[in-house]
Write a protein that binds this ligand. Structure first.
Ligand code: TNX
Length: 530
């Protein structure tokens, strides 16, 4: 009996200890957030996340429940806490609560902005929409120790510096591209890529679904596109493709993270896989051989043949049915084997098809040769003249200048992966540019946003992919999110160096650039190439 009493007393002491230990004051101004928030005020104390913390959402905004569940699931593996999600009306106001609410009606924040108020006793995350709250959740996660990213139980304590962050994006479109044609990357790998984008508040994933080396999206009316055209890749590996069900899973996974998929069918060049799958798409009626090399510019659809437009119509129709986002990307780049007048004729006709199915056409800047509708979008990658032509046609531009934003460019002459036709892109050079002043005559109001494309001629697996993507992706995310006045390399490189522990906790294979003051010696087990 005496022993039992002692045991109870001990439990009580332990229990009250956990509840009462004051949080260590932390300084919000010393946190190293990427992207850098619009404004931040530190208030010198801390909130402590415990197993008793509750996530509370407003009753009338059930969309927030997905965000609440996302947050709870993210926190669970490392903390071991199973945080309940309650409705505002169900809880008595009190301590140790993370409130999520999305009816702020603050014009300055737009759709994706948020206000994060961290006090000792509770956290309030507010915005105009669930998307804004989701972006704010990413900030909250970055304010926790990096061990929060581990998949196994960690010790904590889980403290967050107190203060106020008011934050919103500079550009509406903040994207990345993945080429699944040159080397195929399946659903799970694309989901991981989406996780990376979500972590840094990016909101578009452009998937380059077709090219000379492989057709990667099932089109029910033209099954040979994937059966034959998807059967190989650069170097002759076995390739692969997404069924429409696979694609829908990617779209849903992205949508749950407030990321929109932009599918690309590259036309009329870069079409060897289609030309190999259907003889009738060729001007001479003969099917091409499958192609596993790395050349560009040799293939073209037969642009004066009506069959071609039936084909394109069928493809776009099926793609639109499984794509909730506003854009269908039709490629249009490097069509060196298409006569210029045929190219223009083709782009104009395809634009009408995309419009007929209720979507906006997006294409590489080469499409500015055509007569574009003002709601089409040109993606600048190479020719500044094409970007100017877009402005002349009142067409918005997504900025992906190859010499600055291509994730497949080598870092320097010693990098073994990647290409260098647009130059080397060290981590500083990828960061130090302003989309709104890069091209004379292209101003901020002409720009929809920024995208960093990853072409995969040399990329065969996730380790290689991560090596080229990290750490440059973080810089592109910041260029898209953070206003220009808040950005400079000297400040950014310190914040990036401080992300090292987090990248390692995530098991990411990043390039350890000498230009970045990394804060943590490289852990054993993290494979660093070169
Ligand atoms: C050019 S960029 C291409 C791609 C290649 C890439 C390699 C663009 C619109 N076209 O077909 O994969 O270079 O960097």
């Amino acid at each position: 009996m005496k022993n039992l009493l002692l045991f109870f007393c001990m439990c009580l002491v332990l229990f009250s200890c956990e509840e009462k230990t004051p949080s260590t004051p932390k300084d919000l101004a010393k946190e190293f957030l990427i992207p850098k928030p619009d404004s931040l005020l530190a208030t010198g104390s801390s909130f402590r996340l415990t197993k008793k913390t509750q996530i509370v959402i407003q009753d009338e905004f059930l969309e927030l429940r997905t965000v609440g569940i996302f947050l709870a699931n993210k926190l669970k593996p490392a903390t071991g806490f199973k945080l309940p999600i309650s409705l505002y009306s169900e809880v008595e106001s009190g301590n140790n609560i993370i409130y999520l609410s999305s009816d702020l009606n603050n014009d300055q924040l737009g759709v994706e902005g948020y206000e994060l108020i961290i006090e000792e006793n509770h956290i309030k995350l507010q915005g105009n929409s669930a998307a804004g709250i989701f972006r704010g959740v990413q900030t909250l996660l970055q304010l926790l120790p990096e061990t929060i990213e581990k998949k196994s139980l960690q010790t904590g304590p889980w403290e967050i510096a107190s203060g106020i962050i008011v934050d919103f994006p500079s550009y509406e479109y903040r994207g990345a591209m993945i080429d699944v044609s040159r080397h195929f990357f399946g659903v799970e790998k694309v989901k991981e890529y989406i996780d990376h984008l979500a972590r840094y508040k990016m909101n578009y994933l452009h998937i380059h679904l077709t090219d000379d080396q492989g057709w990667r999206i099932e089109i029910k009316k033209w099954p040979n596109l994937t059966n034959h055209g998807g059967s190989t890749q650069v170097g002759g590996g076995k390739g692969g493709f997404f069924t429409q069900e696979d694609y829908k899973k990617i779209v849903k996974y992205a949508a749950d993270r407030f990321i929109t998929i932009v599918p690309e069918i590259d036309l009329p060049g870069h079409t060897n896989a289609a030309l190999a799958s259907y003889a009738e798409l060729n001007c001479d009626g003969k099917a091409q051989k499958l192609y596993t090399g790395m050349e560009v510019g040799f293939s073209t659809l037969c642009t004066r043949n009506e069959n071609t437009y039936e084909f394109v119509d069928d493809v776009i129709k099926e793609l639109v049915e499984i794509t909730p986002g506003p854009y269908i990307h039709i490629g249009g780049d490097e069509s060196h084997s298409t006569k210029q007048e045929d190219y223009i004729y083709f782009v104009d006709r395809v634009q009408d098809i995309v419009k007929k199915y209720g979507k906006q056409m997006m294409g590489w800047d080469d499409i500015t040769e055509g007569s574009l509708n003002s709601n089409s979008v040109a993606q600048h990658w190479a020719k500044t003249d094409n970007a100017k032509k877009a402005v002349g046609q009142n067409v918005k531009i997504v900025m992906s200048p190859a010499s600055k934003a291509y994730l497949d460019m080598k870092y320097d002459s010693t990098t073994t992966l990647g290409l260098n036709w647009a130059g080397f892109i060290e981590v500083d050079s990828g960061y130090i540019w302003n989309p709104a002043t890069l091209i004379n005559g292209v101003k901020k109001e002409n720009i929809l946003g920024v995208e960093c494309p990853l072409w995969t001629e040399t990329v065969t697996n996730l380790d290689e992919l991560e090596y080229l993507v990290f750490p440059r992706l973080l810089g592109y995310a910041e260029i898209g999110w953070t206003k220009q006045e808040n950005r400079n390399w000297e400040d950014y490189k310190v914040r990036l160096g401080n992300q090292q522990a987090r990248l390692e906790a995530l098991g990411i294979n990043y390039y350890p650039s000498k230009l970045v003051p990394w804060t943590k010696p490289t852990e054993k087990g993290v494979k660093l190439k070169d």
